[in-house]
Structure formats: structure tokens, C-alpha cells
Design a protein around this ligand. Sequence first.
Ligand code: IPM
Ligand code: MG
Length: 355
Amino acid sequence: MKDYSIAQIGGDGIGPEVTREAMRVLDLAADMYGFKATRTVYPFGSEHYLATNEIFPEAAFEEVKGMNAIFLGAIGDPRLPVGLIEYGIIAKCRFDLDLFANVRPIQLFDERLCPLKDKGPADVDMVIVRENTEDAYTGMHGFAHKGHHNEVATQTMVYTREGTERVIRYAFELCRERNKTNTVTLIDKANAVRAQDLWTRTFEEVARDYPDIKTEHAYIDAACMWMVKNPEWFDVAVTPNLFGDIITDLGAMVQGGMGIAASGNIHPGKVSLFEPIHGSAPKHAGKNVASPVAAIMASSMLCDFLGEKAAAQAIEGAVRELFTSGRLLGVGTGMHPTDAVGDMVLETLRATAKA
Ligand code: IPM
Ligand code: MG
């Protein structure tokens, strides 16, 4: 029996609660489809940092490098300096494990979840591939004359040919695999951020290797407009890191909220990280009210990454079924306790197996 090693980091706020439910679902799926998902649980997060001064020690990081995948709940705590724990855990994994493709599906399970008028599941079914190691996130920033009236602050947007090409290629491959409308859209702002001309040129070059895939282009501002006006226009879209961060929050709302949207931080063939898109939501922490659906969907993506496609589809199918039958509507509004949602997904998953 295949036995996968998974690093489990519940993290901050609602992170541990939603992780708990996602791991129950993962275990059942593993049972049903004949594999094991053996976890090493790490205590890292803000609470651990405040108690020990430790963020993500190198020894643990080395251990994680040898595993198959990482599952992360959520990170962030208002008591800590802005960015400290985010860069120490999430960005550390993304950069130091070179997880260059941040894959964020935007998929509407039921019309009633969508805030857009007259849009249904057939209209909202896309994947945003966000570059995950470059752009304004590389940490190259500085201040001069700090605190004075003439203060200057800069942050460099970094794009390399290699980093741009590999994520664009990933998007084309994914598009071919999805086989939906076979269209990859490049989202950038090359008319203002002229350095993104590198994206324009690289996209054109890579596209030549995929004559079966159509290409489209949208500037990020227009892409936000299209996402709301005509979401059906998108199949796979690829975009630099910062725009990808922003447009996927918009996408999450279009698919029914932050409680649903999941993501994979992927480097094919290497240890990769799966997490809900949402943050730690400190005000909901420990109340058993947060939606674990995003975390559960992240566990489905994790299975897909491991090659356990049937398990991935079964988890997704169970979630879909709970939405289309109306049982899960209102999730994340406090209507359904976190653990009760986990129970519902487990029960539905078991029923699929019998069917
Ligand atoms: C995300 C988050 C992170 C990001 C934060 C927590 C640094 O918003 O994963 O979308 O900006 O990438
Ligand atoms: Mg974000």
C-alpha cells in the first residue's frame, strides 16, 4: 500500500480547526482508495513563536523537504509584526521549496452560492495559475530617510525569464489536461508595468509550443471586470504573483466565499504545499464556526497531486453533492458548526463509495 508522508501545520486562528476536518476527510478517502497519508504534525505558527521564539527551524524544514506534501491551515496573528510569520512560514515554503505554481481553481458548485446575477456552475469554472516565487514578493524593498518628510520607500518587482517561462508552461499543460475551452489567458499590466513585457514575450513564445491551445490577454484591471461580468470567458489564466494574489480573492467570492476556495503551491515532482486561500480569521478562532470546506478542497488537491485522482474526485464530488442538494448552503455564516460540516462530508463520501 502506498504510504505518503505529509507535514501538517494547522497554524493560527481557525487554521487548526479547519485542518482537523480536512485531515479526517483525507484519512477516510485514503482508507476508501487504498493508500495511507501518514502525518507529522508541526506546531508552527504565531502561538508557538510567542512561546518559543521559533518560527520554522531549519531541522524541521529539512525534514519537510523529504516528504511528499505539506498541508497548511492558516497563518497570521494581529499580535505579531506585519509579515513576520507570513514570510517565516508561507513565503519560506514557497521560495525555499521553489513552489513556483500557485494553482487556484475557481469553481462554482451551485448557482445559489454565486453573488453574480444569472451565473451558474457552467459559467464559473476556471483555474488561476499564480506565479509564486517572484514579483513584489521577493522582499527586495527599502526605506531611505525613514520617518522624515522626504522619506522614500521602494519595492522591486522581479521577473526572471526562467521563472516566467516555467509558470506559463505549467498553465498551458494544465489547460491541455483540463480540456475545457482550451484557452489560456495571460493577465498582466504590461501597459503600465513595462517590465512585464517579459511576460508578453515569453507567453507568445511558449504558446507556439501549444498550437492546440488558444490564447487570450487581459490587463489585470480589465480581468477584474471580466471576472464579474463574464466569468465564463476564463478557462486557465496565468498571472504574476501580486495580481494573482488579488484576483483570487475576487475569484473566491465569485465561487461562494473564502470558506470554499483552495489552493496548491506546486513544484511538480517535489514536495508541494496545499492550503485554503483564506487567512486565520482570528475573530472566529476556536468557536467551531469557520467553514472547513476550503481546507477540505485543499485536501482534494493534495490527493490529486499525489496521483490519487479517484480520492481527489471523490472528495470534490462529496462537497459538490452537499452544495447541490442544498445541505451545505450557508456554510461559513455560523449556520453549520465546523465539525458538523466535516461529519457531513465524511457521510457523503461514504455514501458515494456504496453507490
Ligand atoms: C495568499 C495570502 C498570502 C499572499 C499572505 C498571507 C502573505 O494572501 O496566499 O493569498 O499574499 O500570498
Ligand atoms: Mg491572498
